[in-house]
Design a binder for this molecule. Structure first.
Ligand code: ATP
Length: 213
């Protein structure tokens, strides 16, 4: 089974990488495609240029078996809607192959604001990793989706191409790219929050040295 994991990766950090590896192991995924957004729909313009975000992501996933960077959103340009990305991958793999979209719980909680969000579960399963500080919605359309689509066993994801939700327990790392950028802006040390190769890249190029707007 293959899975997608989209993000701004501004920069990639251990809060992305460790939970992702745990999801990969728990679901015995053959491949995880990390997909950097060109223009993320839900947030401000990224702090670092796309070339830097991509270079850091390459450093972050270097030599991790089964982790692959997929540049389709960068090639496509414009706003990076997950539904378009899923559709293009679905067109490649065919209608019958199971496909998972991995996201953190904070992202899932806001799912109803995503472009054509109801189509997401037509195209893929949603695999949700816990994230510190994020909570499941108690009511509303996302809560309704949980009530109807939640899988009881991970094996259910293999039995149909799309449409199920799976919540995966992962090591809780309270790391965010926002906090990393803020640490850099106040001249702090970001060691142990990101892979050392990524830290060196950030320091060498002087990224994130200025306070965000
Ligand atoms: P920012 O702070 O700039 O908003 P971020 O750290 O949330 O960035 P993104 O690249 O926006 O990182 O996130 C991509 C995906 O990774 C999202 O699905 C998000 O929920 C998930 N994610 C990010 N950090 C963590 C974390 N510490 N634990 C679990 N999931 C995470």
């Amino acid at each position: 089974m293959i899975a997608l994991f989209g993000g701004t990766f501004d920069p990639v950090h251990y809060g992305h990488l460790r939970p992702l590896l745990e999801v990969k192991q728990a679901l015995a995924l053959n491949q995880v495609r990390l997909i950097p957004a060109f223009i993320p729909p839900h947030r401000d313009t990224p702090g670092a240029e796309v070339t830097h975000r991509l270079a850091m992501l390459r450093l972050g996933v270097a030599q991790v078996p089964g982790f692959v960077i997929d540049e389709r959103e960068l090639r496509r340009g414009g706003r990076s809607y997950s539904v378009d990305t899923l559709q293009s991958l679905r067109d490649e793999i065919g209608a019958a192959t199971p496909l998972c979209l991995i996201m953190g719980l904070d992202a899932f909680a806001g799912l109803a604001s995503w472009h054509e969000w109801q189509r997401l579960t037509e195209l893929a399963h949603l695999v949700i990793a816990q994230r510190p500080g994020a909570e499941l919605p108690g009511s509303g359309p996302v809560a309704e989706l949980m009530a109807t689509a939640r899988a009881r066993h991970a094996a259910e994801l293999q039995q149909q191409p799309a449409g199920k939700l799976w919540f995966q327990e992962v090591t809780q790392l309270e790391i965010s790219a926002t906090a990393i950028r803020a640490e850099r802006a106040r001249g702090g040390d970001i060691r142990f929050l990101v892979p050392d190769s990524v830290r060196q890249y950030i320091e060498t190029r002087g990224l994130y040295q200025h306070q965000e707007g």
